[in-house]
Design a protein around this ligand. Structure first.
Ligand code: AMP
Length: 114
């Protein structure tokens, strides 16, 4: 059996985290090292390593994640301005190889990103 990712351990409650949303398909937690006043990680429970590993079979999960972004940002009253980010691969800054979406809000963001 392959080794559990950090986020799989969080999903399985082997590592504590601040859970702000959970359903059958995904979990959202506060990032341990926030890069903005609000920095949430939205993680599918299926251990897909990265976005580029997704297939047609994952389209319901991917669609669900984006609608949950809408729900979380609405519930937190940050739906007017927020940033959504996926790091795909080491050169893009991915450190945990279990797909996750960063949701950032609460400050101004510049473009292009670093
Ligand atoms: P990435 O660089 O896109 O793979 O993002 C990984 C993110 O996971 C980083 O923003 C880390 O701060 C965050 N992170 C690492 N360990 C934990 C943890 N135990 N709980 C919550 N977030 C974490």
């Amino acid at each position: 059996m392959s080794k559990k990712t950090l986020f799989q351990k969080i999903i399985d409650r082997e590592i504590p985290s601040e859970i702000i949303y959970e359903d059958d398909i995904c979990i959202a937690i506060n990032d341990i090292n926030p890069q903005a006043p609000i920095h949430i990680l939205l993680i599918p429970k299926k251990p897909i390593p990265k976005l580029s590993d997704c297939t047609d079979k994952d389209k319901d999960i991917l669609g669900h994640l984006f609608l949950i972004i809408k729900k979380i940002t609405y519930d937190l009253k940050i739906n007017e301005s927020f940033r959504v980010n996926i790091n795909n691969g080491e050169d893009a800054g991915q450190e945990v190889f279990h797909l996750h979406i960063h949701i950032l809000a609460g400050r101004k963001f510049s473009w292009p990103p670093g």
